[in-house]
Design a protein around this ligand. Sequence first.
Ligand code: HEM
Length: 187
Amino acid sequence: MLSTNIKEATKEAHLNLEKQVIQKLKAIRSNADYADFLKYFYTYFSQVEKAIAPYITAELLPDYKERRNSSYIKNDILALGGHINDIPTVNLPEITNQLQALGALYVMEGSIMGGSIIVKMLEKGGITEGISFFSGYGEATGQKWGVFVGIMNAQASDDNEEAIAINAANETFSRFAEVFEDINVAS
Ligand code: HEM
């Protein structure tokens, strides 16, 4: 099943990204630092969202509009006193079909799972504002994830189709890691 294989095949890419995220998280000392950290997420998620939009239709994923998106990050940045005036254009994964779009969305929806850990780490450092994005769906997180995974699985009917989604997910992870390496979004 795609959900089992994609998790396994992206394990390493997840770990790499997680390391980078934690490194940046540990350096956060103030709301302004946290707003800068959120800019990496806004930069990437807002651009990936645009790339997948033509393929993630209401027919495919009926609750897509109710799902968390980069507007939450924008609201958090603004609530923290930051701005999004200087967002650079970054390299994106190749998204030219629905399976690739689902692979990319798998990464973005899955990031909610680490979100609660990020919120706890921030709290320990005294940061409690601007956490709507990382709070995800709260108690509904498991249910929302189940719905997404069910729809994703239904779109891949053989190994070739699974590979398309898996490659896109791996590329989505690695391009995001590049954003953390390459750009300086600090204002
Ligand atoms: C501090 C950073 C992070 C930590 C500690 C973390 C931790 C975790 C944990 C513990 C899970 C497993 C949850 C479960 O199975 O119940 C998970 C799943 C996942 N995370 Fe992360 N994560 C982090 C950042 C990210 C980021 C930035 C992304 C993507 C942009 C991401 C994407 C995913 C995905 C796609 C899954 C789902 C795996 C699956 O079940 O198929 N994570 N993460």
